[in-house]
Design a protein. Structure first.
Length: 306
């Protein structure tokens, strides 16, 4: 009896900010591996999540939202998303179900015109669609796909889902397995995220800092974990620095008598302990790195480099 052939491959999740890319990855993996915020442009790096299903290995790349860049950091984010086109076997182009957002996808459509690998159009947030609106929305995107590629259209599949409610996620995964090539496992079966502990911990801290600040401050935040080591009684000691661009932003992060920084640390510690499966002691510091979003050197030091 011949050996069963297993599928494996890389899948890029792309789309505008806030369409639900990170929520989708977390739903697929059934755990939190990438941070989520209502504020746009939260995801800055490519996040790698690994899903093993019946011997098949699906490697998802959650990418920053595609937008018009206004700083070197934003340029890095957009290039990070587009760079995945060269290395993946499948693209999930996510759109949400909001009628008002359809006109903002042109930059994505233009980028997909030249793609030769399969592209799934994922219509997210269908739980918010009014009755009778979904089929016209699918028809709208179907026509766009046909106009972008005259032969067979751009979309290999159009799949409506709700990443938040986990509706039709299993159907999506089955369709992905169908189009992936046969291949080996690129990661061990017990690995579900392709990043270091320091990276994941820094992201959890940044998420809580974003939640607790307003206006420009969230976009001026960067977090670097300097050290993670085991302390007394098995407690993990984490030393991390929150960087901002202005002295005034430093004061906002710290808060009166340090209350905001303590609250950021308290909330981040919950996610970090869930991730590590251990108790942690979190030391948070705040430093000013003026203009870091437009400094090539600072961007490299903070991990924002292609």
């Amino acid at each position: 009896m011949p050996d069963r052939k297993y599928k494996s491959g890389f899948i890029s999740i792309i789309g505008r900010p806030n369409v639900g890319k990170s929520t989708l990855l977390n739903s697929i993996l059934s755990k939190k591996v990438t941070i989520i915020s209502k504020k746009p442009q939260t995801t800055r790096n490519r996040i790698t999540g690994i899903k093993n299903i019946n011997g098949n290995q699906l490697i998802f790349l959650d990418t920053p939202g595609i937008h018009k860049p206004k700083s070197n950091l934003n340029q890095f984010m957009v290039e990070t998303a587009f760079q995945t086109f060269k290395t993946v076997d499948l693209i999930l182009a996510m759109m949400d179900s909001d009628e008002n957002s359809k006109s903002h996808n042109k930059i994505i459509f233009d980028a997909l015109k030249k793609i030769k690998i399969p592209v799934f159009l994922i219509i997210n947030k269908i739980d918010l669609v009014k009755k009778g609106k979904l089929l016209p929305l699918i028809d709208y995107y179907q026509k766009i796909g046909s106009n972008l590629k005259k032969d067979n259209g751009l979309w290999s599949e159009i799949i409506p889902i709700s990443a938040l409610q986990q509706d039709y996620i299993d159907s999506l995964l089955n369709k992905i397995i169908e189009v992936l090539p046969e291949g080996p496992h690129f990661f061990p079966d017990d690995i579900d995220v392709g990043h270091s502990e320091k990276f994941i911990v820094s992201e959890f801290i940044r998420e809580k800092a974003i939640e607790m600040t307003q206006q420009e401050v969230p976009y001026s935040l960067a977090v670097m974990v300097e050290n993670i080591e085991e302390g007394k009684k098995g407690v993990m000691v984490v030393d991390a620095i929150v960087y901002v661009e202005l002295d005034s932003q430093k004061g906002i992060i710290i808060g009166k008598n340090g209350c905001r920084l303590k609250e950021i640390g308290k909330k981040a510690r919950v996610d970090i302990e869930n991730w590590l499966g251990k108790k942690i002691y979190l030391n948070l510091y705040v430093k000013v790195k003026k203009g870091w979003r437009n400094s090539s050197r600072d961007l490299r030091e903070l991990g924002y480099s292609l």
